[in-house]
Ligand binder design. Structure first.
Ligand code: NDP
Length: 383
């Protein structure tokens, strides 16, 4: 039996992870589960999986959580310290699936503890880049990438030397608005941006997928996870989302990982790593799919990948500023405050201002994040 904690248990990745645990119940002991404010749902999951500890990030929801868990013997904690406590509890594997930079401190706590961390929370790695990779090296933690593209690359790299890699190609579905004109994009609504053709995901990553910022964040994520250099990281639009990413070697071989568009495949590869486990996902039927297509990214209509590449090249505080501005912009778009195309504009404007010095520790990253959020919020025009 192995032990597991899930940070962001009430979200889309959390639900997919718990679905796999539910199907293999005797093999897992659940240590800690967290949410932000969905106290009732978190309590239900904590009871079902007999967790030791449940944590809500929003401290004002702690009394609801306590009430919902009364008589269960499950500990309830809240606030930023509660999330860190959940991440610090001893567990063989911690799934980091909180959305946004809000997941950074608990993810860092899990990494500092050592052990294995299945990382879905890409914003944390984008913002903390060097600080997080230094913590991984220091603690000896093993980072297992959950993001389907990075999980694919991780699988394709297996046992090979980075020096033998000619390039790594991140595939992108292009999102639901891939074929829209610039004028149509300006008028895109949150419902249209969230309606992803292939993947079912949380609202924030769905909007990121529509703007292509998701691929930009993934480029920076790959830059830290697979140190082959920015010039050897490529993006290729592949609308069917069958090939999840590829690694080309210097002998001319290209290894690709293919699979259904179901995050349970990537999550299962982390849960079972270095072995394999069953999933309920239907296998690929390539004859039914028939054809796969590929296109270069259009950075005129979708400038986010260019912004992310420039931020990665600039290094220092730039990726954290990019991420913070994007989180503010996506939230404003989802509230109906700004247009779809304003998301990338707000990120670009925030990056254009003088950047703070390079963060050297977690507190520095959190300070850069807070300052960039404040700047981006000031720039927002009322609807
Ligand atoms: P969801 O929005 O579905 O879930 C987010 C989770 O984080 C919920 O448990 C939520 O709690 C919690 N949360 C939100 N805000 C806070 C906060 N301020 N403090 C503490 N907890 C918080 O997101 P997803 O599952 O879609 O995505 C999670 C992460 O995984 C993201 O970084 C995303 O980019 C990445 N990812 C997701 C994929 C997917 O298919 N969904 C694919 C690849 C990567 P509550 O329910 O209480 O709000």
């Amino acid at each position: 039996m192995r032990s597991i904690s899930i940070l962001g248990a009430t979200g889309s990745i959390g639900a997919s992870t718990l679905d796999l645990i539910r199907r293999n119940r005797p093999e897992w002991r659940v240590v800690a589960l967290t949410a932000n404010c969905q106290a009732a749902e978190l309590a239900k999951l904590a009871r079902e999986f007999d967790a030791e500890l449940a944590a809500v990030g929003d401290e004002s929801c702690l009394s609801d959580l306590r009430e919902a868990l009364s008589g269960s013997g499950i500990e309830a904690v809240g606030g930023a310290a509660g999330l860190v406590e959940a991440a610090t509890r001893e567990a063989d594997l911690t799934v980091a699936a909180i959305v946004g930079c809000a997941g950074l401190a608990p993810t860092m706590a899990a990494i500092e503890r050592g052990g294995a961390v299945a990382l879905a929370n890409k914003e944390a790695l984008v913002s903390a880049g060097d600080v997080m990779t230094a913590a991984v090296a220091r603690s000896g933690a093993v980072l297992l990438p959950v993001d389907s593209e990075h999980n694919a690359i991780f699988q394709c790299l297996d046992g090979n030397d980075f020096a033998d890699v000619r390039c790594i190609t991140l595939t992108a579905s292009g999102g639901p608005l891939r074929l829209w004109t610039a004028e149509q994009l300006r008028a895109a609504t949150p419902a249209q941006a969230i309606a992803h053709p292939n993947w079912s995901m949380g609202a924030k990553i769905s909007v990121d997928s529509a703007t292509m910022m998701n691929k930009g964040l993934e480029l920076i994520e790959a830059f830290h996870l697979f140190p082959v250099g920015l010039d050897r990281l490529r993006i290729l639009v592949h609308p069917q989302s069958v090939i999840h990413s590829m690694v080309e070697y210097r002998d001319g071989s290209t290894l690709a990982q293919l699979g259904p568009s179901d995050m349970r495949v990537a999550i299962a590869s982390c849960l079972a790593w270095p072995q394999r486990m069953d999933t309920p996902c239907a296998p690929l039927d390539l004859a039914a799919i028939g054809e796969l297509s590929f296109f270069g990214p259009d950075e005129e209509r979708f400038p986010a990948t260019r912004l992310a590449r420039e931020a990665a090249a600039a290094g220092g505080a730039a990726p954290a500023v990019l991420n913070a501005a994007n989180e503010v912009a996506v939230a404003a778009f989802l509230r109906g405050q700004i247009a779809f195309t304003d998301i990338s504009s707000l990120v670009a404007q925030t990056l254009d201002r003088e950047l703070p010095p390079a963060p050297r520790c977690l507190d520095d990253v959190l300070a850069v994040d807070a300052e960039a959020r404040a700047r981006a919020s000031q720039t927002l025009e009322p609807a």
